[in-house]
Design a protein around this ligand. Structure first.
Ligand SMILES: [Zn+2]
Ligand SMILES: [Zn+2]
Length: 118
């Protein structure tokens, strides 16, 4: 799959990467549309540190390509919108219904930050 990879501040590149395999409670999405967020520009400028080799991107829509174990509400072929924030379901924000504000240790901004993104 074609991926936008961060190498160092000021240096990103489109590269081929293998299609990942979903882990427990994960899905792999075939991205049909994505865009650059202002946050990605901060990463490119070195103003927000991410690890070298990380696939950037957290704004995407697509079609579910593969589902991992434990997924029951979605199936291959479903059209989905990717939420930039991964809710943990356990922190104060999540328990108050503000899942997009999750900042718990198991949630928050993960895609294109601490794990490969879109
Ligand atoms: Zn964003
Ligand atoms: Zn949370």
């Amino acid at each position: 799959m074609r991926s936008l990879v961060f190498h160092k501040p000021g240096c990103i590149a489109l590269e081929e990467r293998p299609v990942p395999t979903p882990g427990y409670s994960e899905v792999v999405i075939q991205v049909t549309l994505t865009t650059i967020c202002g946050t990605d520009l901060h990463i490119l400028k070195g103003e927000y540190a991410v690890k070298q080799g990380l696939i950037l991107g957290h704004e995407a829509v697509g079609i579910i390509h593969e589902v991992g174990q434990g997924i029951t509400d979605y199936k291959v072929g479903d059209r989905v919108l990717v939420g930039a924030i991964t809710p943990c379901g356990q922190c104060g924000a999540c328990l108050n219904g503000n899942r997009s504000q999750c900042g718990g240790p198991a949630g928050g901004w993960k895609l294109g930050n601490t794990i490969d993104g879109a």
